[in-house]
Design a protein around this ligand. Structure first.
Ligand code: SAM
Length: 291
């Protein structure tokens, strides 16, 4: 987390209006500053995924977490595989061409735009994140097929007006949009009403839109997850992670039609035939359609 108040979301290139999506190179703006003395959720996650965009404090927190919950590396990979399957399903099976992916994370394999545009080259993807280090890497994300588009908004998830205002500049809100919230809502404490945030975002989208959501679980390997969360939270500045149980995660889908198989662990969501999957993954996920 950058610690920046939500209302101060800045565009990632010089001058444009607040939360306007950037399709240009972020390096045109001043280089962002980031605190590398504390762990950061995007970089810890990057380490678990085997990435190189992390620092000593991130690696320490990530290793402490692995010691508490040895399955975490497999779990984050299972989440990424869920992301790719869900995007592929929506692009190919449901005709979705617009994706609003909040909590982008550092670029890795099978980013949302790559998966969507491999199916539908015209797909338009808007990424949103509030972290300067993700912003610094956004240039790597801002690739697109010539037929489609990829943009980036520097905003906090809690600032839903800024996100919607920015997204409207690139996406057609009269057509369905897939809202993607994967492994981000745990960074929103209950006091900031995460369920209300999801409801407000979905309310702005038309019928036929989808919600794709994954959330770390408090009720799978509960003791390990509690210890892992404690260790990571002790090493991060800014908001702390809140793990949630299946019932709380299911409430994010209130008012929507959950697709089969409902709210399940990521490896259980429509696995591909023959795909080898871990038995337990410490997260809940689901995909739902707005009626
Ligand atoms: C663990 S990564 C998840 C990346 C990707 N969604 C995935 O599932 O692989 C979480 C991302 O959410 C971002 N994030 C955390 N809190 C946020 C907030 N309040 N507003 C916007 N982005 C946030 C972090 O900077 C990080 O990039």
């Amino acid at each position: 987390m950058s610690g920046k108040p939500p209302s101060q979301a800045e565009p990632s290139q010089a001058e444009p209006s607040q939360a306007e999506p950037s399709q240009a190179e972020p390096s045109q703006a001043e280089p962002p500053e980031f605190d590398i003395s504390h762990a950061h959720s995007a970089r810890v996650y990057n380490y678990w995924l085997g990435g190189k965009d992390n620092y000593a404090a991130d690696r320490d927190a990530a290793e402490q977490a692995i010691a508490a919950n040895p399955g975490i590396r497999t779990d984050v990979r299972a989440n990424r595989e869920f992301l790719a399957r869900a995007v592929r399903y929506l692009a190919s099976g449901c005709g979705i061409r617009q994706f609003l992916d909040i909590g982008t994370g550092l670029p890795t394999a099978s980013n949302t735009h790559e998966v969507a545009q491999a199916v539908t080259p015209q797909a338009r993807i808007v990424y949103v994140d509030n972290d300067p280090i993700v912003l610094a890497h956004a240039r790597a994300l801002l690739t697109s097929t010539p037929e489609g588009a990829t943009g980036y908004i520097d905003a906090d998830l809690r600032d839903t007006p800024a996100i919607l205002q920015g997204a409207r500049q690139m996406l057609d809100f009269s057509q369905p949009v897939a809202l993607m919230l994967l492994i981000i809502l745990h960074m929103i404490p209950d006091a900031d009403d995460p369920h209300g945030i999801v409801a407000r975002l979905m309310q702005a989208l038309p019928s036929g839109s989808y919600l794709v959501l994954a959330h770390p679980a408090s009720d799978i390997h509960a003791a390990r997850m509690a210890e892992m969360t404690k260790r990571v939270n002790e090493r991060m500045t800014g908001p702390k992670a809140t793990m949630r149980d299946r019932a709380a995660v299911t409430r994010f889908f209130d008012g929507l039609d959950l697709l089969e198989p409902g709210v399940v662990q990521p490896q259980q969501w429509r696995p591909e035939p023959g795909q080898l999957t871990p038995l337990q993954v410490t997260a809940w996920c689901g995909v739902a359609r707005k009626p």
